[in-house]
Ligand binder design. Sequence first.
Ligand SMILES: [Zn+2]
Ligand SMILES: [Zn+2]
Length: 293
Amino acid sequence: MSGLVPVGSGWRKVDLPFGRIAGSRTNAMLQQAFAPLLDLVYPPRCPLCGEGVGVQGGLCASCWGELVQPAEPSCPLCQLPVEGHHEGEGIVCASCCAKPPEHDGITSATLYTDAARKLVIAFKHGRKIALARMLARLISARLPALEGEWTAVPVPLHRWRLWQRGFNQSALLASELARQRGMSVMVDGLLRLRNTRSLSQDRLSRAERVRSLAGAITVNPARARSLRGAQIVLVDDVMTSGATTSACLQALRSAGASKVRIACFSRVLEEARPSAAYGQKQDAREQGPRASA
Ligand SMILES: [Zn+2]
Ligand SMILES: [Zn+2]
C-alpha cells in the first residue's frame, strides 16, 4: 500500500504501514475490537425468535433446525433432486437434458419454508439489514466454485420501491456475496423500469407474470459495455415463479453476458423434497457461528 505525502512544495509517493485505511482488514479489526461493547449494549438475539444467541446476527439452534436446504444430489442446472446418483456427481436431470435452461445453474440456500419466510421478512421489511451477511454466507456455502471472473448483479427494484424501502435487499445480498467470494459487484447493472406488483399480491399465474414483466427489466445503458461477455451471478432474495429472474436473464443475455448463474437465499419449490434441515445436517452450534460470521 502506498500513498502521497506532502514533501516541500510537492508530493512524494511512500509506502504506508497501515494497509488501506478503510480496507476490509482494518474494518474487521475495528469490528472485532468493538464486538464485546456491542454485545454489552445489544446482547445478541436470534432475529427470528428473540432467544439469546452466542454471536450477533446468528440464529438460535432451534431456528437453524427449521431452515430447510434443497435436497442433494440435485441437478446442477435446475437444482431439482436427481435420484440414484451420489452427491457431487453433477448429473444434469432429464428435463434439463431435453430442454437446457437459459441460465447456467440455480443455487438456492434454502427452500421457502416458514422459517425462511420469517427471515426474509425480518431482513426486508423489518430492516434487519445486518442479516445480509448471514444470508449471503448460506448462499455462498452452496454456490459451487466459479472459474474465472464473475460479477454479482442484483435483481433490480423499481425506484419507487427503493425509495419506500430505502434499500434493495438483493443488492445488499449481492454485495455481501461478492465480498465473501472475491467477485466484483455491479449493483446497477439492471434497471426496473415499471413497478410490477408481486405474485402474491395479485395471484397472477406464471404466464401472466411473465407478460406483466415484459420490458419491465432492462440493462442499464451505462453498464451495457461491461456486461458484454461477462459472467454474471444474478442475485435475488426469494425466487418465486422464476418470472422475474427470467426477465433479468433475458436482459443480461441480450446485453451479451456469456454466462448467467442464479443465486438466491430461498426458493419456492414444490417439486423439491426437503433435505436435511440446517440444524440437523451439522451440529447447530458449529453451523450457527460459522454462518453468521
Ligand atoms: Zn431462534
Ligand atoms: Zn435440471
